[in-house]
Design a binder for this molecule. Structure first.
Ligand code: GAP
Length: 479
């Protein structure tokens, strides 16, 4: 049974074993902080995206969605402040002139210590690294490198420079000529695609303030502390919404969106006590208020979503750098102004990790006669990768044919799984492990009265219902 401290590790192993999440390019030993979603992970991801998208766009008449490109004009990132402010620390060895990422250097030392069997010391070093990084304490980091006798692999000396900042954006070249003028960035947040399209969407959609623009998409950050599975990745997905408002109304809209977003989180069936708001004390350069919604992961309370009152910082800067007006004419008050913005920004991968952390349960089912246990993913039916498993009890006597009829009735409405191999007990357990909320079993009785057994994942209770009602029972739960 997983204890709290190893639950995180158990979730990672479960995700790999049951086709949710694999290390990227694993046959080449993987790529740090990059992951691939497998067959069930990608279904889960899609369901969470759809649930967020529907909530934002379909249930709010004044919010529309867009899908902007990952590549943007490089000046975008000057205007947003990312070129100048989106940094992490680096250090040079003065003898070899080789430059190192501070975290890489320290992580390599921890790895070396692990290989020498000094596991506890290695973990202690990594904890100190995290602590100093969180405080932007460069002197502390440099002292750590010196105290642990970390040497350059080329010069073999500890003659280190001071620590300097390193930008977290990934860059690449556009076009065939590789020079500085062709350098572009992989976006570090999706928000800027919304800001630069603000007027396109407002005018073509004839939208009146207040209104929102939502987007789901990939973002890329060359993260320096990247040892926490899908919590901190170098390629990840965000679900962001910018809500454009009249200047001066930001306080009330900020409170409204805090409340609104918490309601969404609670609608996932997670109890309120597993969440907390964390107000930012040190505000980012663009914000006049900001907080995180934190969830209690097995590794402690950590940020899942940020809610930021971004003032008119982004639109004003894009106006300045592009020399294009970013103003909105408010006919109600007969005034032109650059709108203020409240942003809600949630990490899709962190939401997936949250649902896995909340749902992962190991149950001891042992009796005096035999030892038994099961692992369940208690996903709400609406986000479960697979909604229904249809299982003929045996592979003969016409039972597979009846099961196929049920599949045909249901599969255009929701995701269903058909399986006839192995004992029914083993098949139930496999469905529990991927979080399938309902299994129906077709048996000999089905042939006489057209009923099937429906088994509920969480309680393991079973009852007989008409085969013709299976679709309605499942649809009621997922809607
Ligand atoms: N546009 C605002 C913005 O990007 P952020 O707090 O940097 O704000 C928003 O990111 C959300 O994106 C975070 O709350 C988190 O859920 C997710 N996120 C950020 N960096 C991430 C990473 N390296 N890996 C996974 N998710 C990440």
């Amino acid at each position: 049974m997983a204890t709290d401290s190893n639950k995180f590790q158990a979730i990672i192993s479960h995700c790999k074993e049951y086709g949710f999440i694999f290390p990227s390019s694993e046959i080449y030993d993987g790529l740090q902080a990059v992951y691939d979603y497998g067959q069930w992970g990608s279904e889960l991801k899609k369901n969470i995206k759809d649930y967020w998208w529907k909530h934002m766009t379909q249930l709010h008449e004044n919010i529309v969605g867009i899908d902007a490109a990952i590549f943007m004009h490089p000046t975008t990132w000057k205007a947003s402040g990312h070129v100048d402010n989106f940094n992490d620390p680096m250090i040079d060895n003065k003898d070899s002139k080789k430059r190192y990422r501070v975290d890489h250097l320290i992580e390599a030392k921890a790895e070396e210590m692990r290989n020498e069997g000094r596991e506890d010391e290695a973990n202690g070093l990594l904890d100190e690294l995290d602590k100093f990084i969180a405080k932007d304490d460069f002197d502390g980091l440099r002292q750590l490198i010196i105290n642990y006798g970390i040497k350059c692999s080329i010069s073999k000396t500890s003659n280190w420079s001071d620590i300097r900042q390193f930008n977290l954006m990934f860059s690449t070249q556009i076009g065939s000529v590789s020079d500085e003028t062709n350098e572009i960035y992989l976006r570090p947040e999706t928000a800027q695609g919304i800001f630069v399209n603000f007027l396109n969407v407002q005018k073509t959609g004839r939208l009146k303030i207040p209104f929102g623009i939502a987007q789901i998409g990939k973002a890329f950050r060359n993260e320096i502390v990247a040892r926490q599975f899908i919590f901190r990745m170098r390629e990840f997905e965000q679900m962001e919404m910018q809500y454009f408002i009249r200047p001066g109304t930001q306080k009330e809209w900020y409170e409204t969106w805090k409340e609104e977003r918490m309601k969404w989180h609670l609608s996932l069936g997670i109890p309120r006590e597993r969440y907390r708001f964390h107000d930012h004390v040190k505000l980012a350069h663009y914000a006049d208020a900001a907080c995180d919604i934190e969830y209690e992961f097995p590794i402690g309370f950590k940020e899942v979503e940020g809610i930021h009152s971004r003032t008119d910082f982004d639109l004003k800067n894009h106006q300045e750098y592009s020399k294009k007006k970013m103003q909105y004419f408010d006919s109600e008050i007969n005034q032109n102004y650059i709108p203020y913005v409240i942003e809600t920004s949630i990490g899709l991968d962190r939401t997936i990790l949250m649902m896995l952390s909340e749902g992962y349960t190991e149950e001891d089912l042992s009796t005096s006669e035999k030892q038994d246990s099961r692992v369940i993913l208690r996903f709400p039916a609406k986000i479960a990768p697979m909604k229904l498993a249809v299982l003929p009890l045996v592979k003969k006597d016409g039972l597979p044919e009846i099961a196929r009829t049920i599949m045909d009735d249901c599969k255009s409405h929701f995701r269903c799984f058909y399986e006839e191999k192995d004992t029914i007990g083993k098949r139930y357990r496999r469905m529990d492990a991927i979080g399938t909320p309902f299994c129906v079993t077709v048996d000999q009785q089905t042939k006489t009265d057209n009923t099937v057994t429906i088994r509920y994942r969480d309680t393991m209770q079973q009852e007989r219902i008409l085969a013709d009602n299976v679709k309605e029972v499942v649809l009621k739960e997922i809607n």
